[in-house]
Ligand binder design. Structure first.
Ligand SMILES: [Zn+2]
Length: 178
């Protein structure tokens, strides 16, 4: 009995046919189908490899771009900005002018109050720093050395504890210690 090839439509004896994904076909069509499937796999593999290469290239390009951007030193940036705003005096005048104008246009507004709050907070910080400084300057050399040694010992023991049992340290630390 002869069978019709599902692909080329010619008839073949049973022993010259085989079952494939495209149904019963002759041996030469089966060969062709197998080659086509293999070529498809190969193409897919090549596509995957190409996509990987492209992703890697993108990553490298991004890294190069990051390296190329020079990150400015904050000190230099701050001094440049302050200089362009007229130095410390210019900056102070600008600040006062803005707050005064806002105060005249809209007294008691959030902008005005925040502007004044910033000044009072700054004054407070400066006062605190001056008190600390005068306390330190009033200390003898021995007392200063003892203070530094104490601070370093504290830091070291904290570091050791953190390395030994980090979880326990967090649990045991009293709330007021932070
Ligand atoms: Zn065929």
């Amino acid at each position: 009995m002869n069978y019709c090839c599902n692909s080329c439509r010619k008839t073949f004896p049973e022993d010259q046919t085989t079952l494939t994904s495209e149904g019963l076909v002759c041996l030469s069509c089966a060969n062709r189908i197998r080659n086509k499937i293999e070529a498809g796999f190969e193409l897919e593999e090549r596509r995957t490899a190409l996509a990987k290469t492209e992703a890697e290239n993108d990553r490298r390009a991004a890294l190069r771009a990051v390296k190329a951007i020079s990150i400015p030193d904050p000190d230099i940036l701050a001094s440049e900005v302050v200089e362009r705003l007229g130095g410390v005096e210019g900056l102070a005048s600008l600040y006062v002018a803005q707050v005064m104008e806002a105060a005249q246009r809209n007294p008691g507004s959030r902008t005005v109050l925040q502007g004044l709050k910033w000044v009072t907070e700054m004054v407070e910080k400066i006062a605190e720093r001056q008190i600390k400084r005068s306390r330190l300057s009033g200390m003898s050399d021995e007392d200063l050395e003892a203070l530094v040694a104490e601070m370093m010992a504290k830091q070291e023991s904290q570091l050791e504890q953190t390395q030994a049992e980090p979880k326990q340290l967090i649990q045991e630390r009293p709330a007021g210690d932070r």
